[in-house]
Design a protein around this ligand. Structure first.
Ligand code: UTP
Length: 289
């Protein structure tokens, strides 16, 4: 079955980026001139997704406004010289069919995904974590969708992380299939050092079958007292199996300060308008460090 629906959970509290995220959702933090969540929606659209549900909560109205029309602003930009600017504003509202639902209590990523049940229905769907921006020629979400279409199992976007980082993420038990594809048969969220299964961790993307919702209904709070998506996916991995894709593309974690600055610097260097000037500036700064 073709994967055309995606869910973007964006209802976290973003405590690691306070005070920036006190009133502003972390998903709206800009990388040069676009908010993080726009990069994520664009990746989904390039992957063949037509319908996107963004999970929000109180105080995330800015996200809804960003994907809406802005008639007053558009009126100001309708003049020949501002054509490009006009399109940069209007085109955002035409990217896909974008829907919103609120997660009424912040009970974890698994709980957030479970809010998508009626939107998803009985179809496979992609999940793109709202604070993980992945930049690459071949969109990461599309790489996972291709694996879903080939194997008919849930798919995880994975990368190897350092031993220091793995204890803060998930850790997967994997066996090679071919190239960058692995069979995943077990996983653990935030493992203690003696429970690490491998340095492969789920980073920001997965494609799930609709059976995940019944599993989520039964999933008890896990690490951090939250309903963990990893715990529900672990059930799938142990029963039907899941496929892990070591995706190509650079991933930026917009949920922590260092990740935000790495995204800013690297994408500013590639930016068509300011890239050259920024590089010269960075070289000057670097020479004095
Ligand atoms: P994180 O755990 O990174 O988000 O969740 P957080 O809770 O905002 O982070 P900190 O620890 O307080 O800084 C990964 C993704 O899941 C969403 C977040 O918005 C983020 O995109 N999420 C998390 C929800 O939608 N609901 C939740 O209850 C938790």
């Amino acid at each position: 079955m073709k994967v055309t629906k995606a869910v973007i959970p964006a209802a976290g509290l973003g405590t690691r980026v306070l005070p920036a995220t006190k009133a502003m959702p972390k998903e709206m933090l800009p990388i040069v001139d676009k908010p993080a969540i726009q990069y994520i929606v664009e990746e989904a659209v390039r992957s063949g997704i037509t319908d996107i549900l963004i999970i929000t909560n109180r105080g995330k109205g800015l996200i809804e406004d960003h994907f809406d029309r802005a008639p007053e602003l558009e009126a100001k930009l309708t003049g020949s010289q501002k054509e490009a600017m006009f399109h940069s504003v209007v085109d955002i509202s035409k990217l896909a069919n974008i829907y919103f639902v609120r997660q009424k209590e912040t009970k974890g990523l698994g709980h957030a995904v479970n809010c998508a049940r009626s939107f998803v229905g009985n179809e496979p769907f992609a999940v793109l974590y709202g604070d993980d921006v992945i930049i690459g020629e071949d969109p990461a979400c599309g790489q996972l969708i291709r694996a879903y279409e080939e194997f008919g199992q849930g798919v995880l976007g994975v990368k190897e992380v350092t031993p220091e980082a793995i204890v803060k993420y998930s850790s997967l038990k994997v066996d090679p299939i071919r190239d960058n594809l692995y069979q995943c048969t077990d996983m653990v969220e935030k493992p203690s050092p003696d429970k690490i299964l491998s340095l492969f961790s789920i980073l920001g993307r997965c494609v799930l079958p609709p059976e995940i919702f019944d599993i989520l209904d039964r999933t008890q709070p896990g690490a951090g007292g939250e309903i963990q998506l990893t715990d529900a996916m672990c059930q799938l991995a142990r029963t039907t199996g899941m496929v892990a894709v070591d995706f190509t593309g650079k991933r930026y974690d917009m949920g922590n300060k260092l990740g935000i600055m790495q995204a800013q610097v690297e994408l500013a260097l590639k930016h068509p308008e300011i890239g050259g000037d920024f590089k010269a500036y960075l070289k000057e700064i670097a020479s004095s460090l």
